[in-house]
Design a protein around this ligand. Sequence first.
Ligand SMILES: [Zn+2]
Ligand SMILES: [Zn+2]
Length: 342
Amino acid sequence: MPRQRSSHPAAGVSAAPAGDGATGDADGDGYTWGERASLWFLNCIDKSVKFIEPLLIVLAIGLISLDVYTFFKFVIPEVTERRGSAVTVLHSVWALWLLFNVFFNQFHCAFSSPGTTLEVHEQALQLAMTYDWRWCRKCNRGKPPLTHHCSICNKCVLKMDHHCVWMANCIGFFNYRHFVLFLFWMWVGSLYSALVYLCEYPLLFKLESREWDRRGFLPFFMFILSASIWLGISALFWWHVWLILTGQGTIDYLDNTQKVADAKAHGRQWVNPYHLGAIANWQETFDVRGRWWWLAWMLPTRRRKLGNGYVLPQIDLSILDKAESASGHQTQRGAGGSSNYV
Ligand SMILES: [Zn+2]
Ligand SMILES: [Zn+2]
């Protein structure tokens, strides 16, 4: 079924989910006292988050820097004494490479735009608009599929994953790969940090030694911190690996779970139109093609991600038609547009 195009953005309006672009319009048009109190409370939370976020960025940079200081101050002299200068150089270069990748991706994730509908030329947005787009009353613009309004940034973010307080930024179409790469290099870095203290610093657990207070406490503290961060990051990093491989974002995962359950209740199967296949999803997310894609995805790049964030690659819908003919079931592509059932 061909997609229909609205002649005017307002024609594409469908019921926006409660709380998604519909909150915050407390200007006297039909809100009850309770709703106004809730909006005020939510607004206070948004403002508090906005205030705390820069402090969290400084805290993250401070702890990473303290780890690097401890490594070069205590571990590297020990490695030089016990293993020689060649191994010292290897450890130093590897540690600096990890540090560069962590800060590079943190910087690009925090300080580059995730992509918002306000940055897209309004006419281009209207031309791309189809029947399945919703409407954001706050931005007064069409809301493409997978786009969500962030109440903290007060913008509609293209292919929004979530708002990250550690980045003081939304994670969306253009900076998602930097977010995942930050998690990846933090995962590798915190594992390396914990192991290097454990294997290369004999004083680490000699708590009875008179030297421990002076030279053992900081490495011991950083070992505990690195191991704890590695455990926390592990859960988050592998969760995002699974989301990428299945063609979903954090917010969309919740929607998709509901769609799968609804379809199952009606004896049908829901097909995610943005699931291009595990490898293609990975290549699309990190914007890597060619024979070296399996290595290139983790390398630092300043190149802007290809695509616009409001017209996203989908699977060939004719596949669904073939599946429909084969199964004899009816294919439905309702108001969701991206909701496809066989
Ligand atoms: Zn909006
Ligand atoms: Zn945001």
